[in-house]
Design a protein around this ligand. Sequence first.
Ligand code: SF4
Length: 587
Amino acid sequence: MNIMETKLKDMLSRVYKPGRYTGGETNSVVKEHGPGKVSIALAYPDMYEIGMSYLGIKILYHLLNERDDVVCERVFAPWPDMEAELRTQGESLFSLETRTPLAKFDVIGFSLSYELTYTNVLNILDLSGIPVRSDTRGEGDPIIIAGGASAYNPEPISPFIDAFLLGDGEEALPAFLEAYRALKDGGAGRNDILRGLARLKGVYVPSFYRAMHDEAGEFLWLEPCVDGVPRVIESSRVELENAYYPVKQIVPFIKVVHDRIAIEVMRGCPNACRFCQASAVTRPVRLRSPEKVRELCLKTYENTGYEQVSLLSLSSVNYPHIGKLAAQLIKDLKPKGIGLSIPSLKIDEAFYELPEMISEIRKAGLTFAPETASDETRKAIGKDLDITVLCRSAEIAYKHGWRRLKLYFMVGFPGEAEDEAERIISLAKELSELKKGVSGAPAEVSVSVNPFTPKPHTPFQWLGMRDRAYLEKVRSRLTGRNTRKVEVEFHDIDQSMLEAALSRGGRRTAEAVHAAWKAGSRMDSWREHFNYGRWKDAFKTAGLDLEEEASRIYRPGSPLPWGHILPGYGEEKLAAEFARSGFSPER
Ligand code: SF4
């Protein structure tokens, strides 16, 4: 039964930010459930403000709701105060649109964009009364599917998901739901439905594969255990130019992280930084024409009234029409008082043309990602960036009114210079001081440093993460060096360790995820809820050591738990790229 209005009001009166759970936002879609329609709840395993900033959810939500044969609703991970309310009141987690308990949907589709949200997936299922493990679900339970960046190594979450959909969802998800409906209408049971779905491109049904291990518990290979399922799962791709974009998209009532019109100008990245999973799993590069971007942008503005437009891609300066498009959009948007931002700028000569145009409207902070302060390491990781060009770009930006810079670095690459910490500080200071020559005062520079976490499907997938002692040493050399103009922030080492252990784990790692959730872990990406000790114990319960898993080295040619997934280059090409870096797994 759907939750009673009065009871919900009462519960919401006791939680922080009730707007996370009310739905009813402008442009949200409420449709009737009923015969002849497939119902799907798109679930984002983090809180509303994060999920509603994610473009993928908006695209799929509106795309599916434009179909008469689909009812698509949303659900986000409830914050612990709302979880406590649901549990004490004995209520199921419900969708935002019609407050339908999740267990009543035909399909629940999770977007996995970060490994530290995995326990939220289990929690959402449990709060909905759906068995968390796929092998204990029955005929009446929804089919649980998942996609997104983290799904490219599905194994650490595979016992909880019935089917993964790998790649772009714009064509694959409607095709999946059509196939589901045909199988269901034809009288197929749960297992036969999954067998039918497993034949579609980009679909991986983990229960149809058995993971083989040696006596020491080391992964050997993944073996199909039913006929007709592929050995290698290739991901789906769409052309961006004509890919669906929701011009009448939801406008949240409460402030979300990215409150603006976000339009993808390019999918994929022509650069191939060897650590970068985002680029590795979105090949090949696809473009949207400037005419199309402009048309979508103006239509979306009419329907939403947003005051900011963001041109989205992994590296927007590599979009070949960026100058022309930015100039045209500024002409269109400036009279309406709308700002334009272009995140993810890679620095090269093309950047020199941009600040003048963008500063017409916006003089907020500018973000650069040199990744390392050492030229040798930068070459080894394949980051095509010249520090002289970076300095020149910063100077030009200062001349056009920018006052703040944000710099992203990673530490922990093999063979990293002893004095990497000092080099980072000195580069940040140099960039800050450059502004003195332009306007007499140094710039504010914030430096964000992340431990390097090797990711599947990249040329660095075989490397282990650097050990805790090393990372703590670099952190102590970096922090405490804050000045009034240069501020350093070092990402939590414990969370990075867990991310590394989960991102390259296998099926045994899934047992650690289950144990951590059972012990109370959820909202692990939020420092105030993250409990590293609990995670270490959970890995022990699964017979694993968390930090050994994080620093695990795989030899090129040895079996990889994600080897059956093929999103981009095959292993041979990745191994050649790895060799070109000059890094060795042993360091
Ligand atoms: S430029 Fe950015 S998105 Fe592109 S490959 Fe390098 S790190 Fe990845």
